[in-house]
Design a protein around this ligand. Sequence first.
Ligand code: DX5
Ligand code: ZN
Length: 219
Amino acid sequence: MKNTLIAPSVLAADFANLQRDIEMINASEADWFHIDIMDGVFVPNISFGMPVLDAINKHAKKTIDVHLMIVDPDRYISTFKKLGADILTVHYEACTHLHRTLQAIKAEGMKAGVALNPHTNVDLLEDVIQDIDLVCIMSVNPGFGGQSFIENTYLKVEKLKALINRKNATTLIEIDGGVTNKNAKQLADAGADVLVAGSYVFGAQDPIATIADLKQITK
Ligand code: DX5
Ligand code: ZN
């Protein structure tokens, strides 16, 4: 039996009732808070920034998993540490010197993550996988919540899992985008360790029961 981690994406929360939604996640079986930071340059959308993360951090009682969809993320590594990030994920496509960026994240005392766009091959991480705590496989094109899941993701998870095993790495595999009760089990079986879910959780009648259900079906 495995313990697949569930990370609700706060992007889909009700921002006029943010504290209520944070307390809901605290009270649920969710494992992490997934925080999407978008700059309007790397992705064609702007989400929210530092003051909002600061407010979330004041109430969140679980691991804060920050997904940076921004160009030149090195500029903000120490800022996100101060704002409470436990895991800081940068995009492969946004980092010219990925190895250096990963070391800088770890030097701040955070876990280092790398996100891959749907077109980016997992094999590109071969020479750096042992330095990565978490690989976030994007199962939609980053920028928006509520998009539909790209089916090729299952193959990417299997390939990445094989690479991690081959290299004796301890890297976690996270899936981000379009996760529902329809694909969660197959993703966990393929090797996913963490499932991000935004609209599926926050759009549900009963988000706490929906999170519990995702935990249950991915065991
Ligand atoms: C997309 C974000 C995702 C998003 C997931 O760019 O990185 O984390 O919030 O939302 P859903 O689960 O609605 O696809
Ligand atoms: Zn995300």
